[in-house]
Design a binder for this molecule. Structure first.
Ligand SMILES: [Ca+2]
Ligand SMILES: [Ca+2]
Ligand SMILES: [Ca+2]
Length: 332
C-alpha cells in the first residue's frame, strides 16, 4: 500500500495539472502539438480580412488541437469560417457502434439539411456518434450539438446555442446550455448534462493559401485562432481512461450538400473541393463522398484520460501539504 501511494504521489508530482484552456477561439499553450495539420490549400476562399468580418473572407481549417481538463474535452480548430452560413461540421466517434455511413433519415438543422449528409461514408473504423456544427451570417455565431447515436427519425436529441459575447464581430463566444433551447425542426429533446462552451476568432489572415495544391504545413501550424469548444466527457460517453475519441472536422456549405477540400485529417494534395460526389460535382447531397477513396485517415484520434473520481480530485486539490499529510498518515 505504501508503495502504491508512493507511486501515486510520484505520478502526481511528475504530471503537473494542465491548465484548462480558455474557450475563446485562441489557441492556448496547454494544447501542445497539433493532432492534424492541413495538407491542402483551401478552395473555399483564402481569408484575408483582419477584422474577421469577412470582406475578402474565406474558409479554411488549418490545424486541429485537443486536450483534456477537469473531465472535459477541449478542441481547437484553427482557421476561418466565412459569415455566409457555410459550416464547420465536427463528427465525434467516442462510443461503440454508430454510423460509418451517415443515415439520411435523421432530420435537424435549418430546413432539416442534416439529411443531406445521408450516404456519406467515413474511413473504415470511424463510426460517428455526435455531430457538432457551427456557422454565422455576420450576426451571432451559432453552434449545435446532436447526439446521433441516441436519436431516431422524429426524435432527434440536440442542443443549440448562439454567441452571447461579441455578436456581429469577428471574435465571439457563448455556450450551448445544458437543457437549453432545442434545435430547429422536429427535435424531441436535449441531451447535454453540462454546458458545451464555444469560442470563435475569425481574424486569421495567414495559414493556408487559396488553391488545390499542397498546403504549407508550417504556415498552417502557425495559425492560433479559429473555432474552439469544450464538452463534458460524460456527455460524449468517454469517461474511462483509455477511451478512444476519433474526431473528423470538415468545412462545407450551409445546406450540407457541397464539401470543400478542407478536412482534418487532411486530404492528399492536389485536391479540389469534394462537392457532393467526391469529385467536385453538385448532386444535392453528400451521398457520393466516401473517405475510404481518399488516402490517409480523414480523422484524428485522441485518448481520454477518463473523468477523475471525486477522491482523486480531492487528493489533487490537497497539494503538496496534503501529500505530506498523506505520507505521515501512511506511516502509522
Ligand atoms: Ca483558447
Ligand atoms: Ca462510435
Ligand atoms: Ca481516407
Amino acid at each position: 500500500m505504501k508503495r502504491v501511494l508512493g507511486l501515486l504521489i510520484l505520478s502526481l508530482l511528475a504530471a503537473p495539472a494542465l491548465a484548462a484552456p480558455t474557450v475563446d477561439g485562441t489557441l492556448d499553450g496547454s494544447y501542445g502539438a497539433p493532432y492534424a495539420v492541413q495538407t491542402v490549400q483551401t478552395n473555399f476562399g483564402d481569408a484575408s480580412d483582419p477584422t474577421g468580418l469577412g470582406a475578402g473572407g474565406g474558409g479554411e481549417l488549418d490545424a486541429a488541437y485537443a486536450t483534456f481538463s477537469g473531465g472535459r474535452l477541449y478542441v481547437m480548430l484553427t482557421g476561418n469560417i466565412e459569415p455566409n452560413f457555410n459550416k464547420v461540421s465536427v463528427f465525434i466517434d467516442s462510443i461503440l457502434g454508430g454510423e460509418n455511413t451517415l443515415n439520411g433519415a435523421l432530420a435537424y438543422d435549418f430546413g432539416n439539411v442534416s439529411q443531406n449528409f445521408g450516404g456519406l461514408t467515413f474511413d473504415a473504423g470511424f463510426e460517428a456518434d455526435y455531430h457538432l456544427f457551427a456557422r454565422w451570417g455576420g450576426g451571432a455565431f451559432e453552434m449545435d450539438v446532436v447526439n446521433r447515436a441516441a436519436s431516431a427519425p422524429g426524435a432527434e436529441l440536440g442542443n443549440y446555442g448562439a454567441a452571447t459575447s461579441g455578436s456581429g464581430t469577428g471574435v465571439q463566444s457563448g455556450s450551448i446550455l445544458a437543457g437549453g433551447t432545442a434545435t430547429t425542426g422536429a427535435d424531441a429533446g436535449m441531451f447535454l448534462t453540462q454546458n458545451l462552451d464555444f469560442g470563435f476568432n475569425n481574424t486569421n489572415t495567414a495559414g493556408v493559401t487559396g488553391g488545390t495544391a499542397a498546403a504549407d504545413p508550417i504556415a498552417a501550424a502557425a495559425v492560433t485562432t479559429g473555432l474552439e469548444f469544450s464538452v463534458a466527457l460524460a456527455d460524449i460517453g468517454a469517461t474511462s481512461p483509455g477511451d478512444i475519441i476519433k474526431i473528423h472536422a470538415v468545412y462545407g456549405n450551409g445546406d450540407n450538400n457541397y464539401h470543400s477540400n478542407q478536412v482534418l485529417g487532411g486530404l492528399a494534395a492536389p485536391q479540389d473541393n469534394l462537392g457532393g460526389d467526391g469529385g467536385g460535382g453538385f448532386t444535392g447531397s453528400l451521398s457520393g463522398i466516401n473517405f475510404n477513396q481518399f488516402a490517409g485517415d480523414q480523422y484524428f484520434l485522441i485518448t481520454s484520460p477518463g473523468v477523475p473520481e471525486p477522491a482523486t480530485l480531492a487528493l489533487a486539490g490537497l497539494g503538496l501539504g496534503g501529500l505530506a499529510l498523506a505520507r505521515r498518515r501512511q506511516r502509522k
